[in-house]
Ligand binder design. Structure first.
Ligand SMILES: [Zn+2]
Length: 248
């Protein structure tokens, strides 16, 4: 029986291949005895057990280990290897496969815990290193908003004019957590958004959006087709000042 797997050769992007689900064909691809590493509940990495000893070229890092030689990403069903993806899995897996560093284990500079996946810039809470998604959402994003608000307040204190028209200034924006407060329906708002779709992905991106209380969904103004939009903060848009009236 054949299975669909991803094969990643050193120095190349992973590619989908249909291969016989037999030890001999797996051994042929990795060039020797196989070793399997579990990287998810239903995904394994199959690599050459002696890749480093045999002097095979460096491929990538997986879970903090340097991997040498060609690797195979396969699914698991019970005791057997299986197709690497179901349709739903593919959506989440593919972007990560193209970035093999995703599987690298990193240490969060803020909480000190190990995490897998892409790290986040911890500024302004740390000058270097990377932080985990949890710290990013719960600590870094609010800190950045505070910095931005503080900067505006400082500029205001110095008498610097922030509104180009030099007219009425609007009040400082209030940010809300969706868990604490939800907006009224169909009002265009600004949100800090994380979402992933086939063509576009957002990570803590500032986007215009609205809320639909019937379905409980957030709808991105620019990307209405994107589903499962997660919002960590939202605020109402400031009122646009009237243009100054021209002197007659
Ligand atoms: Zn952390």
């Amino acid at each position: 029986m054949n299975i669909t797997v991803f094969v990643k050769e050193p120095g190349k992007a992973p590619e989908a291949r249909r291969i016989p689900n037999e030890l001999a064909s797996l051994q042929e691809i990795v060039g020797g005895w196989i070793e399997t590493m579990t990287v998810g509940s239903d995904i394994v990495v199959i690599c050459n057990e002696e890749g480093r000893l045999l002097g095979l070229p460096y491929n990538c890092k997986i879970c903090g280990l340097d991997i040498f030689g060609t690797i195979i990403l396969a699914g698991v069903k019970g005791e057997n290897f299986a197709d690497v993806y179901s349709k739903e899995r593919l959506r989440y897996l593919l972007p990560h496969l193209w970035n093999p560093d995703y599987f690298e284990t990193k240490t969060c500079v803020l909480c000190g815990k190990a995490f897998n996946g892409f790290g986040n810039n911890p500024w302004p809470l740390a000058e270097s290193g990377e932080c985990c998604d949890k710290c990013n959402l719960e600590r870094v994003v609010p800190a950045r908003i505070e910095v931005a608000n503080g900067r505006q307040a400082a500029q205001r204190a110095e008498g610097e004019d922030l509104t180009p028209a030099g007219e009425k200034r609007t009040a400082t924006v209030e940010w809300y957590r969706p868990e604490e407060k939800l907006p009224k329906d169909d009002i265009v708002l600004l949100g800090v958004v994380t979402a992933e779709s086939k063509n576009v992905s957002f990570v803590d991106a500032m986007e215009l959006l609205s809320y639909d209380s019937d379905s409980g969904n957030w709808i991105l103004e620019g990307y209405p087709a994107v589903r499962d939009v997660k919002v960590s903060w939202w605020c109402e848009l400031p009122v646009v000042p009237d243009l100054p009236e021209e002197d007659a």
